[in-house]
Structures are given as C-alpha cells and as structure tokens.
Ligand binder design. Sequence first.
Ligand code: ZN
Length: 324
Amino acid sequence: MLSPSSSRRQFLHSAVATSSAALVGTTLSTPLNAAPLERKRVLRIAHFTDVHVQPERGASEGMAACLRHISALQDKPDVLFNGGDAIFDGLEQNEQRTQLQWDIFFDTLKRETKLPVRHCIGNHDVWGWLQDKSGAKGNEARYGKKWAVEAYGLPNRYYSFAQAGWHFIVLDSTQSRGNIGYEARLDSEQYEWLRGELASVKPTTPVLVMSHIPILSMTSAFFLRKQEHNSDWTIQRNLMHADGLQIQQLFRKFPNVKVCISGHTHLVDRLDYTGVTYFCDGAVSGAWWKGAWQDCEPGYALVNLYDDGTFEREYVVYGWKPKE
Ligand SMILES: [Zn+2]
C-alpha cells in the first residue's frame, strides 16, 4: 500500500511521463533522453595536470599520493593524461636542475602507476628560454621543447591518436616571446596541421582536444584576481590562448569536436560554448605544493567518454596536505 505522499509522487511522475510522451508524439521523433540510456562508456581518463615536481616541499610524495589515489579508485581509469607542467620549471633553470626534476617525475611515475600515459607539453616543461637565468645558449641539443619531446617520448610537440572510437588531438600551447617569456597560441604550422587533422577525421568520430593552456576559460581571468582601475576584467595571453576565438571558429566547422581539456591555471571550471565543452582541470600540485590555490584543492579530473560522443568530468581532491 502506498503512503499518501508516495502515491502523490507516483502520480506526479506519471503526469510528467504522460506530458513528455505527448510532447514526443507531437514534436519529436525520439525521446530526449534516449541516447544517454543506451550509451556505452568506452574510455575513462585520469587527467593529471600541473604536477610541478621539485626536490622541495614533498612534491614527489604528493605526486605519489595522487597516483596511489588514482590506483585505489574502485572504478579505475584506462589511461592517464598528463596535461603538462610535469616539472616545477625548466624555463629558468639550468641543465642540472632541470634533469633532476625530470628524474623525479619519471621515477615516481614508473614506481606508482602501471597505466599507459599520454603526455602534453606545458610551458614549464620547456627548457632554457629565459637564458639570463637558465644559462642556456640556445644551441644545446635539448634546448626549448626538444627535451620534453624526448623525455615524454612524443612523435612531435603536437600529435594525435585514435582510441576507443574517439580521436584525440594534443596541442602545444606555448610559444616563445624571446627572453621575456611565452604566450599561449598555435604557431601557423600547428594551426594548419590542426585544420587538416580535423578535416581528415570522420564526421561521426567524436574528438577530444588536450592543451596545457586553456583555449577558452574564465579561470584565466580569475588567476591573478586582478581587475583594471575601471573594473574591466582582462585576460593575459600567457593564461588563455590568444587565438582562442580563432580555434573556436575552426571547431564550429567540425561539430564532432566535443570536449577540450586543459590545466595551467590550477583552477577548475567548465565553459560550454558553441557546441564544445572546455574543462579546466585544476592541478595535482594545487598552489605549487603550498596547499589550495584560491578555491581549488590539489586534485585531478576523471573524464568518462561514451560511444555516442557524450562525456562527463569529475574533479577529485586526493587529500594532500602541504609540508612545512
Ligand atoms: Zn602552465
């Protein structure tokens, strides 16, 4: 026997079901929720970004704690995506210090996970560009991005692959501004490659794009928590892709581009714009191993991909407390 309240709930439920059935009968050929009920999960990604390992602040223990947290998940990921900035910094550091950081990163990775890993180059993975500080001359064999390409074992600084019925594009966001730093954009060679790549993928194959720096994100405006005197928000070109709208316009021509993931700002947001979802996925290191950065605790994201081109993202805090 149903209680009055549950029979009322049941009534409301049937009333809703009836009215949506009526709607289906008159205006839609398939129920709105048909696809999600029938979809099949094809890949679960742990997106692990901005680890920033260094010998100090217990960073290697923190990285290990994060990888153990991922390994202990009941619903295990199939693959790890390293979103870049694996090391604390290579831009300003000498060769020896850069080597030490890469050694910590790969030793910890090898020891703590058996998952396959896909890597993306972050700005801090680039060696020596700030030559006054790094002491690099620019003619070294591993100068610039060559070291990261070699260490990560990449076919190129940007690349693509197919897996589980999806197509994956990994971009290189970081372009040099000489001795004053970098900006986020695609160089023309890479932009042309991206255009050709999208044109070559079957329109029915969903696409995920990984970049280190967000293509579009509000976290890029909030990173410095700084507004102009007149209260305008400004977004610096080293915090979000300066060519973000050009890339977004390109994506509009390819409706199978579904989701973009990034890191860099150590903050989490989701931006849905013209058919693409842009996830910014926080940082394993939080505030560079000093705890939370603004509203974001150290963590990583889990991204589920489905055979119908849909997806979900969850940000997971793994409980790291900073060392003194
Ligand atoms: Zn970065």
